[in-house]
Design a binder for this molecule. Structure first.
Ligand code: DHB
Ligand code: FE
Length: 287
């Protein structure tokens, strides 16, 4: 594939934030926002503000620090990085609460780069990719069942992932529209076989406000390599999750705190002799 200079990669990182903001706004246009009661707003806003006040008192926050925070918050908006910030540092707890009563496959964060309505693909499919797409071939296969173990014929397996440079199509410019995205329909036995490439570890954009926070705090920007999934079927609850690769340097210190032991893949050499393969079975809770 075409070599990219660090400057080009940086430029694309900034675009990802703007794209994520635009995608979130368009999701709101189709789905709308649930009404939140004044009681709820009162409780939640008051508690969050009280936590902020407590931190200020405990650490004797100065006017200089207050102004630095104000400048940073303004910049997060200007960079379009609110979706990035929230999905990295807040969403994992919302996900934990939302899915705490499920018995099926564990969930994980959606993150900022989902696009609905990816092209439909058969149960045995290759994800759309460039002719010279780089990366280790990966056969990702498995079965979708109910909590009771019954196959769910025709379940929908939506998958999206980063390329070998850690970029997502439709957010980083220059990638074909649906690159490494697809909506696979499982077979009569709930089975699917997806031919793709092993994704690379992903660094959240470092050239915007989130990157500034990371640098100022002395953190790192890495998420371990992951596949994103939404698995669904009529009569069942959709699960949004991610799957991870053993041995990744950032499985233990994911910046987005979204790794769970149950979501670790078991990777073996491919039976075809080319690349790797892995089997993961999804279990959907009843609606
Ligand atoms: C971000 C990116 C991801 O791919 C992800 O899964 C979660 C968060 C981000 O850049 O904010
Ligand atoms: Fe991701």
């Amino acid at each position: 594939m075409t070599e990219q200079t660090p400057a080009e990669i940086e430029a694309r990182a900034a675009d990802s934030g703007a794209g994520a903001t635009a995608a979130f706004r368009s999701k709101l246009q189709t789905e709308g926002l649930e009404d939140v009661t004044p009681e709820r707003v009162n409780t939640l806003a008051r508690e969050v503000l009280t936590a902020v006040h407590d931190t200020i008192r405990r650490h004797k926050v100065t006017y200089a620090e207050y102004d630095a925070l104000k400048a940073w918050l303004i910049q997060v908006g200007e960079d379009g990085e609110w979706p990035l910030f929230l999905d990295v540092w807040v969403e994992h707890v919302v996900e934990q609460v939302a899915n705490e009563n499920r018995h099926g496959t564990k969930g994980s964060i959606e993150g900022p780069y989902y696009v609905p309505d990816a092209p439909g693909l058969p149960a045995d499919a290759t994800l759309p990719m460039r002719e010279d797409e780089s990366g280790t071939p990966l056969l990702f296969q498995g079965q979708v069942t109910t909590v009771g173990g019954d196959p769910i014929a025709g379940a929908k397996v939506e998958i999206w992932q980063a390329d070998a440079l850690g970029f997502y199509s439709q957010y980083a410019p220059g990638l074909p529209e649906w690159n490494l995205r697809g909506t696979v329909t499982a077979d009569e036995q709930g089975g699917y076989r997806i031919h793709t490439l092993q994704p690379a570890p992903y660094q959240i954009p470092t050239d915007g406000s989130c990157g500034k926070l990371i640098a100022a705090a002395g953190w790192h920007a890495w998420r371990p390599a992951h596949l994103h999934l939404k698995v669904s079927a009529p009569g069942h609850q959709l699960i949004t999750t991610q799957l991870y690769f053993p041995g990744d340097a950032h499985n233990e210190d994911d910046i987005a705190s979204a790794v769970k032991p149950e979501l670790m893949l078991d990777i073996v050499p491919a039976e075809s002799g080319e690349g790797e393969q892995t089997t993961y079975n999804f279990v959907l809770d009843p609606a």
